[in-house]
Design a protein around this ligand. Structure first.
Ligand code: SF4
Ligand code: FE
Length: 484
């Protein structure tokens, strides 16, 4: 099968029999649910753009398995050029959708697994890489979206998995059979879960021997027996149920996260990619995290839209000529481009691993993500500064359309007389959406905690810098003997 387009992707989702809950009720029609649908649209953009000539170079790649053209989201990076294109693809899609388009977690999981399965086999003589490559071939052939599921609930953070009061607080194997294994547990905050065809589960932390039952990695169809999805709420989510579209801010796209419960789920051996090799859990986590920290070029793309919206509202408010407004928008651009620099740098400085996969420069990937935990918050603060308080006091679209009182909003919310009041309201709603509403999940809180909370990157930065070399040079240049 060739690469899917947006319509084919949507149709493929309709065939899934997902067990999804929201507001205490089972969602019978996931694809058309008004709260979920914008997130499906965002993933669909990753399919549609792959068919557009102007984006083809970034959105597609040549499979190293078959030589065929595939969607880059299913590709294993074969060069630093591939890694750079991945960063640019993230920015592109962020700038087109202004939200989390969800498909990167699967791409990052596939690439991390291409390396870890190879390394486990090398040490233990297992056949995980062969199994993984068969799975990858299937994903590429069908052009599937994979959900990479890493984050366990974790329970009492001071205790390792086997010491938790409830052993299910980390996903683990509960039964070994001739034909496969049975697993139980849950994964939290799963980006794009109900828009995915496959779910790939990984451990969430480095593990010791006592926790070997938790050192498992596998892939399953997202509608496998025993998997339940409970949709996460987002600020302002029920606006999508209201009449009219304006108050949503973003008219087309959104993201979603879910709690995914595995209640005694069977996994056949051919879909198991790590089984009790506890000494490789940490490596897999680190490799996935580093790739995903690179992926946050998406935030620079979302930042592009927020900066564009801020420039628009400055013009609609009539303050675009004020020097402090100009300077704030320059600062937003400076921060946004700095985010992108980190993602590009860790890609350009990538290297080839023994498996043949190209891996990002981990120190720079962690620096990239550390910036992402900060700069979008400052960019959002500046956007709110320029937008003004009306962003959060504006009455509803229904009031604006009201035959009785709409005229008062039309009159009193007018800024620049050449700009329709409605345009001013629409841009304010978009800024609200990006900094306080549904999109703020992806742009702000996810920037903080996605791909690991800030402290996780600081630990990696401390581990990765060559402090001895820095000290050695400092001593040499100041005339201190090397051994002092
Ligand atoms: Fe991709 Fe960004 Fe969403 Fe992560 S937050 S899945 S990197 S779009
Ligand atoms: Fe993420």
């Amino acid at each position: 099968m060739a690469m899917m387009n947006a319509k084919q992707y949507e149709d493929s989702l309709r065939k899934l029999k997902l067990n999804v809950y929201m507001f205490g009720k089972k969602v019978e029609n996931v694809v058309d649910d008004p709260i979920i649908r914008p997130s499906m649209n965002a993933v669909a953009a990753t399919y549609e753009c792959a068919h557009q000539a102007e984006y083809e170079d970034l959105m597609t790649a040549k499979s190293h398995l078959t030589g065929r053209k595939i969607n880059r989201f299913t590709h294993i990076h074969q060069s630093t050029e591939d890694l750079v294109k991945k960063s640019k693809m993230g920015r592109l899609l962020g700038s087109l959708t202004a939200c989390c388009f969800q498909r990167c977690v699967g791409m990052d999981t596939l690439n991390a697994l291409s390396m870890t399965t190879y390394d486990i086999d090398k040490k233990y003589g297992t056949e995980y890489n062969k199994r993984f490559l068969a799975f990858l071939a299937y994903v590429q052939e069908k052009d599937l979206t994979c959900d990479g599921a890493m984050t366990d609930p974790k329970g009492d953070r001071s205790k390792p998995p086997h010491q938790q009061a409830d052993p299910d607080l980390f996903l683990h194997v509960v039964e070994e059979r001739k034909d496969g294994i049975v697993v139980r547990g849950a994964k939290c905050h799963q980006t794009g879960a109900v828009n995915s065809h496959e779910i790939i589960v990984m451990p969430t932390i480095s593990l010791r021997q006592d926790d070997k039952d938790y050192a498992i990695c596998f892939a399953l169809p997202s509608d496998a027996q025993g998997i339940t999805y409970i949709l996460g709420r987002q600020s302002c989510d029920t606006r999508k149920l209201e009449p009219g579209m304006m108050d949503r801010g973003n008219q087309f796209y959104g993201g979603h996260e879910a709690l995914v419960v595995f209640d005694n789920v069977f996994v056949p051996w051919e879909r198991v990619f790590m089984y009790k090799e506890w000494d490789f859990a940490g490596q897999l986590v680190e490799q996935f995290a580093s790739y995903h920290r690179q992926s946050y070029a998406c935030k620079a793309g979302v930042g592009d839209v927020l900066i564009g919206a801020t420039q628009c509202i400055a013009e609609y408010n009539g303050v675009q000529g004020a020097s402090h407004v100009k300077d704030k928008i320059i600062e937003m651009n400076h921060l946004n481009e700095t985010l992108f620099c980190g993602s590009l740098a860790c890609a350009a400085e990538g290297h080839k691993e023994p498996s043949g996969t190209y891996y990002v420069h981990t120190l720079l990937a962690n620096v990239c993500k550390q910036n992402v935990t900060r700069f979008p918050f400052e960019i959002a603060r500046l956007a709110q500064d320029v937008a003004g308080g009306l962003m959060v006091t504006l009455p509803s679209e229904q009031d604006f359309r009201s035959p009785e009182i709409g005229k008062w909003m039309e009159k009193y919310y007018k800024g620049n007389p050449k700009v329709p009041t409605e345009y001013r309201m629409r841009i304010l709603r978009l800024i609200e959406n990006l900094t306080l509403g549904t999109a703020a999940v992806g742009y702000l809180t996810e920037s903080m905690h996605g791909a690991g909370s800030p402290q996780a990157q600081r630990i990696m930065i401390a581990r990765q810098v060559n402090m001895d070399l820095k000290k050695k040079t400092a001593k040499k240049l100041s005339g201190i003997p090397e051994n002092e």
